[in-house]
Design a protein around this ligand. Structure first.
Ligand SMILES: Nc1ncnc2c1ncn2[C@@H]1O[C@H](COP(=O)(O)OP(=O)(O)OP(=O)(O)O)[C@@H](O)[C@H]1O
Ligand SMILES: [Mg+2]
Length: 361
């Protein structure tokens, strides 16, 4: 199915039956992923799921126990092997988790080092460094020592080093972890800018919102296995569920919260299009929003809004955030990891999910 000539033309990276064992432990287990030219693929999974291990294999830092990795170097899709690794990896920029830089060097020195390491044309290096530094908004910092940089700025330098040789493919392992919201947004904007310039990006994260904002497709990995790989819209429509967030002008008080919730349940539940046993309406005290599970159909969404307004609820926010469903799916799919279930139970659980989701076994 995945080997037709037509799909091959668009594929820029292929992981075929990739398995990595450490002793008897399967860190990555029979993973099949194809990344197409120009797309952003988000790689989600809990701690220890196998994200970094899979990404390191793509960068030839680790050798798969089984399976093959194919990379489009210069035109052709080729199998990554020792004899061609340097040539193929020149087409990839790779950011490892938590890059470490010595404090007494400057961005100019680091970027020059990486550009030369990756064989970027010597005469053009200086101009390229200035371009990239400008793209990251760090022009004034180009000759400053890294020890004076904030974590977010260092992370940007990490990403800049990954792309300094202008590769077509960019692999970023948790580029946003540990950053504040502004720095996260900067990195998110940068990723979108890179996509716009035609790059293909594979990025891992725990940050569901960040992934849902940038990724064209999302691969979810749990205990070394890919449990879902699709667009967010498709994941959403396969799950046939979504969540509406509602904020009222006057937030409910502790003493009347239950009666408001009961009234909402009575009025809204029949309009959600979700079966009775799945139905829920919750109130999040931190965000002061009501959350309602519904079938994702815009018609139901509209009926719910109309009903609220008909009952004089003063609605000041009524939205269906993209990340809401992703969060549910994620928690649902990775649950076995925290429950320490046996493989049998996990398999049964996956079969149950298969009805709702595209699951690669
Ligand atoms: N060199 C190694 N030797 C033995 N086990 C390893 C090695 N590298 C990784 N592992 C194990 O493989 C599993 C996957 O690790 P990996 O670092 O790929 O997870 P991850 O998804 O990147 O997690 P995180 O979100 O915490 O970064 C973990 O259980 C880890 O302990
Ligand atoms: Mg990791």
């Amino acid at each position: 199915m995945i080997n037709t000539k037509e799909t091959d033309d668009n594929v820029i990276i292929r992981l075929k039956n990739i398995t990595k064992k450490f002793g008897d432990f399967y860190a990555v287990s029979n993973v099949n992923i194809e990344i197409k030219k120009g797309e952003i693929v988000g790689f989600l999974g809990p701690n220890g799921a196998g994200k970094s291990t899979a990404m390191k294999m793509m960068a030839y830092l680790l050798k798969p126990t089984e399976g093959e990795i194919w990379i489009r170097g210069n035109g052709e899709l080729e199998k990554l092997a020792n004899h061609n690794k340097d040539y193929l990896l020149d087409n990839i920029g790779f950011l490892i988790e938590n890059p470490f830089f010595y404090g007494n060097v400057t961005p100019r020195v680091i970027l020059k080092y990486f550009a030369e390491l990756k064989g970027y044309p010597y005469k053009k290096v200086n101009q390229r460094i200035e371009e990239v530094v400008e793209m990251f908004g760090l022009t004034n910092w180009i000759d400053m020592k890294l020890r004076t940089f904030s974590k977010g700025m260092k992370q940007k330098i990490g990403i800049a080093s990954a792309i300094i040789h202008n590769p077509d493919i960019i692999i970023l392992d948790e580029p946003q972890t540990g950053l504040d919201p502004q720095a996260r947004r900067d990195v998110r904007d940068l990723i979108l800018k890179l996509k716009k310039s035609g790059k293909t990006i594979f990025l891992s994260s725990h940050l569901l919102y960040e992934i849902s904002e940038v990724a064209d497709r999302i691969a979810i990995i749990n205990q070394g296995k890919i449990v879902a790989f699709d667009t967010l819209d498709n994941l959403e429509s396969k799950a046939k569920k979504s969540i509406i967030h509602i904020e009222l002008l006057n937030h409910p008080e502790e003493h009347n919260l239950e009666s408001v919730l009961n009234h909402l349940k009575e009025e809204i539940t029949p309009l959600t299009g979700v079966s009775e046993e799945l139905n829920w309406i919750k109130y999040n005290k931190d965000t002061k929003t009501f959350q309602i599970l519904f079938n994702g159909d815009p018609k139901n969404q509209l009926s719910i809004l109309k009903r609220l307004l008909a009952h004089d609820y003063e609605v000041i926010e009524f939205s269906v955030p993209k990340a809401g469903l992703l969060e549910n799916l994620f928690i649902d799919l990775v649950k076995p990891n925290t429950d320490q279930l046996s493989n049998d139970t996990i398999n049964k659980k996956k079969k149950k999910h298969k009805k709702k989701l595209l699951i690669e076994e």
